[in-house]
Design a binder for this molecule. Structure first.
Ligand code: PMV
Length: 347
């Protein structure tokens, strides 16, 4: 019995203009458009292989070496859409193997600790959708496939592209216009780098779907955010990226992270994702920018306390000198630069 296989990798993306709020929880349709930067493939990524054969008895998923259920609704929604598209191909060409009727075996592996509180579901669903689409030889482009990944996890739709990515919220009730598009490929602004400060590796206490529902239902600030703040920022952040304007991009990234966490605090009962250590990182970043009298680094926080810092490669030494000064006793923060280099920036 023939076994057909296909593999792909999908990177993690970190939003710089946050998606927070669903107008349709079933289809994962957002209340605002969002923007992200996709991390480099060798940094944080999911590697997924999909196989199908007439002889397979059930859909099975192995996640980081452990067998997991493939019955969860979000995964099944994605697989159903992919099988539907494959079925269309099979009805146009009778010589194609009837893969749409067969079961799937999926093996997925992250190259980073899943428990580190980093956005693993985005890379996971993106890789799942692209691997099965490849296996089925679907003609759909990445934006079209991003609509399917979106149903798995909203932010996953942005991981189908590298570089700088926008998720356009769309207006349609069926979600056909709610998909990701590339703003700029990574090569067009390759100097951007990200550093992730793992503040805590415990699982977040309020899952994002639950948190979003609570914010939408109870926060007054949230209404202001989605009507007058984010639509303008969406246009301006895309412009800053297109113009490779780091200080502008960085300022909007920090303001948007703060705005998102403010709506979490304004939810009732409030949701706290950032902790005291996160706040120290925020202060530190503002001190670094004030010290250099220039915005050289931006922070952003997702639904958890871990910080992602964005900076340009040319400023890495300056930034790491400061971080080292603060964190040198922490394991993993052994100096990357020698004392003379560090002393040029700090004492
Ligand atoms: O895609 P989800 O349901 O995991 O939600 C992601 C929400 C944030 O990470 C906080 C923001 C974003 O745009 O990625």
């Amino acid at each position: 019995m023939t076994v057909y296989t296909a593999s792909t990798t999908a990177p993690v993306n970190i939003a710089t203009l946050k998606y927070w709020g669903k107008r349709d929880a079933n289809l994962n349709l957002p209340t605002n458009s969002s923007i992200s930067v996709t991390l480099a493939q060798d940094d944080l990524r999911t590697l997924t292989s999909a196989a199908t054969s007439e002889s397979f008895e059930k859909d099975t998923l192995w996640l980081n070496g452990k067998e997991e259920s493939l019955t969860n609704k979000r995964t099944q929604d994605c697989l159903q859409d992919l099988r539907g598209l494959r079925n269309q191909l099979e009805s146009q060409d009778a010589s194609l193997p009837k893969m749409s009727q067969w079961r799937l075996h999926i093996v997925s592996e992250n190259n980073f600790p899943t428990a580190a509180g980093l956005a693993s579901s985005a890379a996971g669903f993106a890789a799942l959708v692209v691997a099965v689409a490849k296996l089925y030889k679907l003609p759909q482009d990445m934006s079209e496939l991003s609509r399917i990944a979106r149903k798995g996890s909203g932010s996953a739709c942005r991981s189908l592209f590298g570089g700088y990515v926008a998720w356009e919220m769309g207006e349609a009730e069926d979600g056909l216009d709610s998909m990701a598009v590339q703003v700029l490929p990574q090569e067009a602004w390759p100097e951007m780098k990200a550093a992730i400060l793992v503040v805590s590796d415990v699982k977040k206490d309020t899952p994002s779907t639950q948190g979003m529902q609570l914010t939408v239902a109870t926060s007054d600030l949230f209404k202001e955010r989605i009507t007058s703040i984010v639509p303008k920022r969406f246009v301006e952040m895309k412009e800053a990226i297109e113009n490779r304007d780091f200080p502008r991009f960085a300022e909007m990234t920090m303001k948007d992270s703060n705005s998102f966490h403010a709506t979490c605090l304004d939810s009732y009962p409030p949701i706290f994702y950032i902790n005291d250590t996160s706040k120290k990182v925020i202060r530190l970043v503002h001190s670094i920018n004030a010290f250099f009298n220039e915005t050289i680094v931006a922070y952003t926080f997702d639904a958890g306390p871990n910080a992602v810092l964005y900076y340009l490669e040319k400023n890495e030494e300056k930034l790491f000198a400061f971080l080292y000064k603060l964190l040198h006793q922490v394991k993993g923060w052994e100096p990357k630069y020698n004392k003379e280099q560090l002393n040029g920036f700090i004492n």
